[in-house]
Design a protein around this ligand. Structure first.
Ligand code: PMP
Length: 394
C-alpha cells in the first residue's frame, strides 16, 4: 500500500532545509513586557498586545463578574441559540466608539473577512485588492467567486490604471479592499486616495484595520478616524486579538450591511458566537480606550524611540509608520539565525519569513507595546546591535 503522507514528510524536510520551518515556542506566564517562554524569562517583542490589555486588572475583573453571571459558552450560533446581552452591549458601544451606524461581532477577525466579502460580492463582480493584503482578505475574496484584480501595494495610480482596464472587460458591483495597517511592514494604506477614487468609480471601499484598532486615530479609533474619513469607508473589519488584548473580530459600517451579514454572513450563521469571557473582556478594554489615550500615547512614544535607535544602528526598518517595526534581514536562514541568537540573549523576536512575507524578504518583526519601559527597549536595542554585529549585518 502506498503511504499517502510521504509527500508531507518531503515538504517538511524541504522547509527545514530552507530555514522556513515554523517551531512554536511555549508560553508559561501571562502576556507582558517580559514573560516565560520555553522556560526562559524573555523580553517580549512578538505580541500584538499593543496596549498591555491582555492581562489588565480591570479586564480580568470584568471577565470574572461576567462568568459569575453568564458562565462561559455562548451555546451555539446566535441566529439559533439567541444573542447574549453582552454581545449587544459590545456591538452598541463599539458602534459609538467607531462612529458608525452598526457593528456585528464574529469569532475572529479572520472569519469577519470570510463573512463580509462573500456576503456582498459574487460571480460577475470584481474586487480590487492591494497586493500585500492579509491572507484572510485574500481567502474572503476567493470564497466570493468575484474576479480578483490585485493592484500594486499602496498605489492609487496603479489602481486607477487597473480599473480603466477592467471597465473595458465589464463587471457588476466592485470593491476596493485594503489592510488599514499592513501587518508585516507597518505602513498605512492611502485611504483618502482610495476613497476619492471609489466615489468617482462607484465602488465600495473596505478596510481591514486589525493593526489600526487601538493604535491609530483618537483613542485608537482606527485608520478611518486617523484620516477623518468617517462615513466614507463602507466597511471596516477589525479584530479584538491585538490592541484589545482579547480575541474575536467585527465588521463596522452601515446598518444595511450589518443587517445583511446577520442573514448571509456564513461564519456568523455557522460558527458559534464569541464566548462570554471574551465578550466581557472586549467591553472592558473598550471602556479603557474610551476613558483615556494614555496607553496609546505611550505606545507611540515607545515605538518612535525604538525605531530611531534601530535606524541609527544602520538596520533597515522599511517603511513602517506604526509600532510594527520590521527589521528586514532578507535571507531566510540568516533571519532565523538572527532570531535564534536574540533568544539566547533573552529577547523573543520571531523570524517572519515566507509564506508570511515574500521569499527573500525575511525579517524580525518587532511588536512594540505600551507596557515596555525605556529600560526594556534599551535592553532589546543592545541585543539587536550585538547580534547584527556578530552576523556581520552591520
Ligand atoms: N487581518 C489582519 C490584517 C491581521 O493582521 C490579522 C491577524 N493576523 C487578521 C485579520 C486576523 O485576525 P484574528 O486574529 O482576529 O483572526
Amino acid at each position: 500500500m502506498t503511504n499517502l503522507y510521504t509527500w508531507i514528510e518531503g515538504e517538511l524536510e524541504k522547509l527545514e532545509k530552507q530555514g522556513l520551518l515554523s517551531n512554536i515556542k511555549v508560553i508559561g506566564s501571562p502576556q507582558s513586557a517580559w514573560f516565560d517562554i520555553n522556560g526562559q524569562k524573555c523580553l517580549n517583542f512578538c505580541s500584538n498586545n499593543y496596549l498591555g490589555l491582555a492581562n489588565h486588572p480591570d479586564v480580568k475583573k470584568a471577565v470574572i463578574v461576567a462568568i459569575d453571571k453568564f458562565g462561559i459558552g455562548p451555546g451555539a450560533v446566535r441566529s439559533i441559540a439567541g444573542t447574549n446581552d453582552l454581545h449587544i452591549e459590545l456591538e452598541n458601544k463599539l458602534a459609538v466608539f467607531k462612529k458608525v451606524e452598526a457593528v456585528l461581532t464574529f469569532p475572529s477577525g479572520f472569519t469577519a473577512n470570510l463573512a463580509v466579502i462573500p456576503a456582498l460580492f459574487g460571480d460577475g463582480d470584481i474586487i480590487f485588492s492591494d497586493r500585500l493584503n492579509h491572507a484572510s482578505i485574500i481567502d474572503g475574496c476567493r470564497l466570493s467567486k468575484a474576479r480578483i484584480i490585485p493592484y500594486e501595494h499602496c498605489s492609487v495610480d496603479n489602481l486607477k490604471q487597473v480599473i480603466v482596464q477592467e471597465r473595458k472587460v465589464g463587471f457588476e458591483k466592485g470593491l476596493i479592499v485594503t489592510d488599514g495597517v499592513f501587518s508585516m511592514d507597518g505602513d498605512v494604506a492611502p485611504l483618502p486616495g482610495l476613497v476619492e477614487l471609489a466615489k468617482k468609480e462607484d465602488l465600495i471601499v473596505m478596510t481591514d484595520d486589525a493593526h489600526g484598532e487601538g493604535v491609530l486615530g483618537d483613542n485608537g479609533r482606527g485608520v478611518v478616524d486617523y484620516y477623518r474619513l468617517h462615513g466614507q469607508v463602507d466597511i471596516e473589519v477589525g479584530t479584538f486579538s491585538k490592541a484589545f488584548g482579547v480575541r474575536g473580530g467585527f465588521v463596522a459600517g452601515k446598518k444595511i450591511i450589518i443587517d445583511w451579514l446577520r442573514q448571509r454572513g456564513r461564519p456568523f450563521l455557522f460558527s458559534s458566537a464569541m464566548t462570554i469571557p471574551d465578550t466581557a473582556a472586549c467591553i472592558a478594554s473598550l471602556d479603557i480606550l474610551n476613558k483615556s489615550d494614555e496607553l496609546n500615547k505611550k505606545l507611540w512614544e515607545n515605538s518612535k524611540y525604538f525605531k530611531e535607535k534601530i535606524n541609527s544602528l544602520g538596520l533597515n526598518v522599511g517603511n513602517s509608520q506604526t509600532p510594527i517595526t520590521p527589521v528586514i534581514i532578507g535571507d531566510e536562514k540568516l533571519t532565523q539565525e538572527f532570531s535564534r541568537q536574540l533568544f539566547v540573549k533573552k529577547v523573543f523576536a520571531t523570524a517572519v519569513t515566507y509564506p508570511l512575507v515574500q521569499r527573500g524578504k525575511g525579517r524580525i518583526r518587532v511588536m512594540i507595546s505600551a507596557e515596555h519601559t525605556k529600560k526594556d527597549l534599551d535592553y532589546g536595542i543592545e541585543a539587536f546591535q550585538s547580534v547584527a554585529k556578530e552576523l556581520k549585518i552591520i
